[in-house]
Ligand binder design. Structure first.
Ligand SMILES: *Cc1c(COP(=O)(O)O)cnc(C)c1O
Length: 372
């Protein structure tokens, strides 16, 4: 039984007719940049998240960069973020000229450890970017109160957490702005790169919209220099077809995660995920911690089970950040977990027998491993 890490064709096959129709309409109308599909997606996504403004952009990385830049963050500033994330979260801080300041993660839910944030705040700190890692919201109440106390901007990186909730409140609505990615493998994925910014701040929304379009809201009227970071109409058309199904897909992922938890719980060599009772986790990633992780991953791969590691090197340990002078011991949890975490196949269409096969192969691996 071959089990891919994500199965994008399973979803396409179910919605093929609607997606093909939408894509063909865009091609027939030859309106590839801007136009009604973009506007429709922006209003639908803003409304579904209960936030006033949505700006569709080219990808989730640009969404962070544009937001930080338009919030006025730049050289001399520091921005606090988590030690465990995809590099977009921190490289965009550097792109503005500011300095990324990393904080270790919670040992249980992998999100930024809010107990450690205040020790990293200096006179230069301007903002915090929590990441709702793997689809589980960070401790937003605590982060909100730290931001209020120290007068810091709050940008939520929601790239992995579309429609996840914290204490019943949807992520993306807690701070000054929130950024999303619709990279194909994300819970809500386009068929190429795409991203969005959400904000209740109308002035910030206008600036971001301008900056993402060469600094112009009206063609040829450049109020400033900007960049070209527009979402393609083709991607918006695909996202418009998919958006109504996101909650159903998130529910299926949650059911699959519950099933994995059940069938994996007796294996002493692995640890399944913890769910913070304050949150509704949407399982962009189903992450376990495993003894002999690398050997287990190769074993599973030999048995045609595709897995991944999110992420094999914590951000502060990347060569890209050696200039910051961080040591792995400064981030003991993230540095330790980078060697044990393993992401198992997870998608809404994943079937019971596939998950059973994964569990069976993991058990088989440890049985063999114990003989050596
Ligand atoms: C995917 C991702 C991004 C970046 O999104 P792209 O659309 O690939 O640029 C940013 N942050 C996190 C946490 C992500 O997982």
């Amino acid at each position: 039984m071959k089990i891919p890490f994500v199965d994008l064709s399973a979803q396409y096959n179910r919605h093929k007719e609607a997606i093909d129709k939408s894509v063909n309409r865009i091609i027939r109308n030859a309106s590839f940049v801007g136009g009604p599909e973009i506007k429709a997606f922006e209003s639908a996504f803003a409304e579904a998240n209960g936030v006033k403004n949505c700006i569709a952009v080219a990808n989730g990385t640009d969404a962070i960069y544009i937001t930080l830049k338009m919030l006025g963050i730049g050289p001399g500033d520091e921005v606090i973020t988590t030690a465990l994330s995809w590099i977009s979260t921190s490289e965009t801080i550097s792109q503005t000229g500011a300095k990324p300041v990393f904080v270790d993660i919670n040992p249980n839910d992998y999100t930024i450890n809010t107990e450690l944030i205040e020790s990293k705040i200096t006179a230069h700190t301007k903002a915090i970017i929590p990441v709702h890692l793997y689809g589980q919201p960070a401790e937003m109440r605590k982060i909100n109160s730290i931001c209020n106390k120290h007068n810091l901007l709050l940008i939520e990186d929601c790239a992995q957490a579309h429609f996840a909730h914290y204490q019943g409140q949807i992520v993306g609505s807690f701070g000054d702005a929130a950024t999303f990615s619709f990279y194909p493998g994300k819970n809500l994925g386009a068929y190429g790169d795409a991203g969005a910014i959400l904000t209740n701040n109308n002035e910030l929304a206008n600036k971001c919209r301008m900056y993402a379009n060469h600094g112009a809201l009206v063609k040829h009227h450049h109020m400033m220099e900007g960049i070209n970071s527009r979402m393609d109409s083709l991607q918006a058309a695909i996202l418009n077809v998919k958006l109504p199904f996101i909650n159903e897909w998130n529910d299926k992922r949650r059911q699959n995660a519950a099933y994995y938890n059940e069938i994996l719980k007796e294996i002493p060599q692995i640890k399944t995920g913890y769910v913070n009772p304050n949150t509704s986790h949407i399982y962009h990633v189903y992450c376990i911690r495993a003894e002999k992780r690398n050997a287990l991953q190769s074993f599973l791969s030999k048995h045609e089970i595709q897995t991944a590691i999110h992420y094999p090197i914590a951000l502060p340990n990347m060569p890209a950040y050696s200039y910051l002078g961080n040591l792995p011991d400064d981030f003991p949890v993230a540095s330790n977990y980078q060697d044990t975490i393993l992401s198992l196949p997870m998608y809404p269409e994943l079937r019971t027998e596939q998950m059973l096969f994964v569990a069976q192969q993991i058990k088989e691996f440890y049985k063999l491993a114990n003989f050596n």
